[in-house]
Design a protein around this ligand. Structure first.
Ligand code: GLC
Length: 566
């Protein structure tokens, strides 16, 4: 059956004017009552995705896994973990999505596997095993690890394996050993696996921490920051990264109608351009971390306030940097980030307005917008009040480290409240019933008590809801080519309340004027609605010469009919 996918813009790939929705299956919807979301749960809730109008789903890992890192530790690349269902469920999900014109992008974790993966089991069994070289095995230095790297999840990045007397590298948890991409046999096995999924009908890949596959093979010591015990592990980006990605393109991607999204923590704009420039045949777009690192001080657990000019300047720099070659992904929330309304908005008095205005600003940038489950109803960070409520291994490790360095419980709780990944992993709030309609059992992580007020059911038929606003933004991306294709300019870069953007395409100009603060702003004359302006999104109502707290407008006008000065 040919799926009724929406027609792409002429001459453009389908993802150019698409909006992608991320499902983190563990927290999306539980069909079985064991308290953990599953694939049948996604199937049951498909109407929600149809109602939103998204073009594709990015599905976080569902593969067999010991679940050390909630599935980002894969022990079998060609299956489904029983906690999430079966391969038949996944086939049913692909078919059901396609029948609704929605594509499926799967999350592939190939910087590392689980330590339970048969590849690693073989590799660790014997120094002479054929798969020894698929991972990084090194001798220690004077009874210590081979270099001074720390794991991103606390402690050293090396684990001594007594059976063979060598250490293996794990950038993340000890249960996530890094694959060595210098090994051609390993790369071929990964290529085979990816082709297998494409033949099964998936429409693309989100490639987890893919920049890290390009490591300097000498694994050099790094500088240890003051007060720290270890150096940062390699974030990748060695020249070999591009060889591996170009090979992947040739071997797996070429000639297929796919999307490829590379997660690249720490990428510079230049590095992102190299990866996403279509002439170089690597990936379609990168997921960079620049704007979601702005509130990190000495570490991600040291929260600093972000002035508005810094935030908008950061996004604008990426817009300019990838304007000619490459493509941006646009995101606020995902399973690794606190909720945007709590982070850059106001999850108290102005929750609804700030959720809408932050969404407007992001979706009016050039690039492919991503909506993470729950963002479309303005879900807030978890606001946990006890350390026992945290499940994430990174957060638990950080709590132990912070305590060890003299932070009291209140300070640890406040650090986690600002930055923990669990902030975005609380269950999707479907209704105001028990456990927010997520499960009939006991959820694996607490439901946010604000589910009584913030939930999908309450917003579904409500025209002024955050949900209705997201629906409009997604429709606008499909209906107005200037969103996907227009040029981008940031006006008033130093204004500390207003975020003002102009997009131009042909004779269409879109002017976005957003008040990102809790105080009203009087607008300069050139930012007020003009006769003839079509107001595509108007949260302000009333007075044309001012914007109330977190209010915003999007104007559409024909150029020449009084363009905003740039
Ligand atoms: C990525 C994932 C994150 C995971 C890590 C290791 O950053 O998004 O959830 O913990 O990679 O796989």
């Amino acid at each position: 059956m040919t799926a009724p996918f929406r027609a792409p813009l002429p001459g453009e790939p389908w993802w150019r004017d698409a909006v992608i929705y991320q499902v983190y299956p563990r927290s999306f919807a539980d069909s079985g009552g064991d308290g953990i979301g599953d694939l049948r749960g996604v199937l049951i809730r498909l109407d929600h995705l149809v109602d939103l109008g998204v073009d594709a789903v990015w599905l976080s890992p569902f593969y067999p896994s010991p679940q050390v890192d909630n599935g980002y530790d894969i022990s079998d690349y060609r299956g489904v973990d029983p906690v999430f269902g079966t391969l038949d469920d996944l086939d049913a999900l692909i078919a059901a999505l396609h029948a609704r014109g929605i594509r499926l992008v799967i999350d592939v974790v190939v910087n590392h596997t689980s330590d339970q993966h048969p590849w690693f089991q073989a590799s660790r069994s014997d120094r002479e095993d054929l798969r020894r070289g698929w991972y990084y095995w090194r001798d220690g230095r004077d009874g210590k690890p081979p270099n001074n790297w720390g794991s991103l999840f606390s402690g050293p990045a090396w684990e001594l394996d007594p059976a063979t007397g060598q250490y293996y590298l794990h950038t993340f948890a000890a249960g996530q050993p890094d694959l060595d991409w210098q090994h051609g046999g390993m790369r071929s096995a990964v290529h085979d696996m990816l082709r297998w999924w494409l033949d099964r009908g998936v429409d693309g890949f989100r490639l987890d921490v893919i920049s890290m596959i390009g490591k300097d093979p000498t694994l050099p010591d790094g500088p240890v920051p003051e007060g720290a015990q270890y150096a940062a592990p390699s974030m990748g980006f060695a020249p070999s990264l591009h060889e591996h990605l170009q090979e992947l393109h040739r071997e797996v991607l070429a000639g297929r109608d796919l999307v490829t999204i590379g997660e690249t923590p720490g990428a510079s704009i230049e590095q992102a351009r190299l990866i996403a420039d279509p002439r170089r045949r690597e990936l379609d777009m990168v997921f960079d971390f620049a704007h979601v690192s702005l509130d990190h001080g000495a570490s991600k657990w040291d929260h600093v306030a972000v002035p508005l000019p810094t935030l908008k300047g950061c996004l604008a720099a990426w817009q300019q940097g990838l304007a000619d070659h490459g493509w941006n992904s646009l995101y606020w929330d995902n399973h690794d980030q606190p909720r945007v309304v709590s982070r850059f908005g106001d999850d108290g008095a102005h929750r609804v307005a700030s959720a809408k205005t932050l969404a407007t600003v992001l979706h009016l940038h050039r690039g492919t917008p991503f909506v993470y489950q729950g963002e479309e109803i303005g879900m807030t960070s978890a606001h946990f009040t006890a350390l026992e409520q945290y499940r994430d291994l990174e957060s638990r490790g950080a709590a132990a480290d912070l305590r060890a360095t003299g932070h009291d419980e209140a300070a640890v709780l406040s650090a986690l409240a600002a930055a923990s990944r669990d902030n975005a992993r609380t269950p999707v709030q479907w209704d105001d019933g028990p456990q927010a309609g997520f499960t009939t059992g006991t959820p694996w992580i607490s439901v946010n008590p604000n589910a009584a007020e913030i939930n999908v059911a309450a917003q579904r038929g409500e025209p002024h809801s955050v949900l209705a606003h997201y629906r409009r933004l997604i429709a606008l991306r499909h209906d107005e080519p200037a969103l996907a294709l227009g040029s981008f300019a940031l006006l008033l870069p130093d204004h500390d309340q207003l975020w003002v953007i102009v997009r131009r395409h042909g004779d269409v100009e879109l002017l976005v004027v957003a008040n990102c603060s809790a105080q009203a702003v009087t607008l300069p004359a050139e930012l007020r609605p003009r006769p003839g302006d079509e107001l595509l999104l108007d949260l302000a109502g009333g007075a044309p010469d001012a914007l109330g707290p977190w209010h915003s407008r999007v104007h559409r006008r024909r150029r020449g009919a009084g363009s905003a000065a740039t």
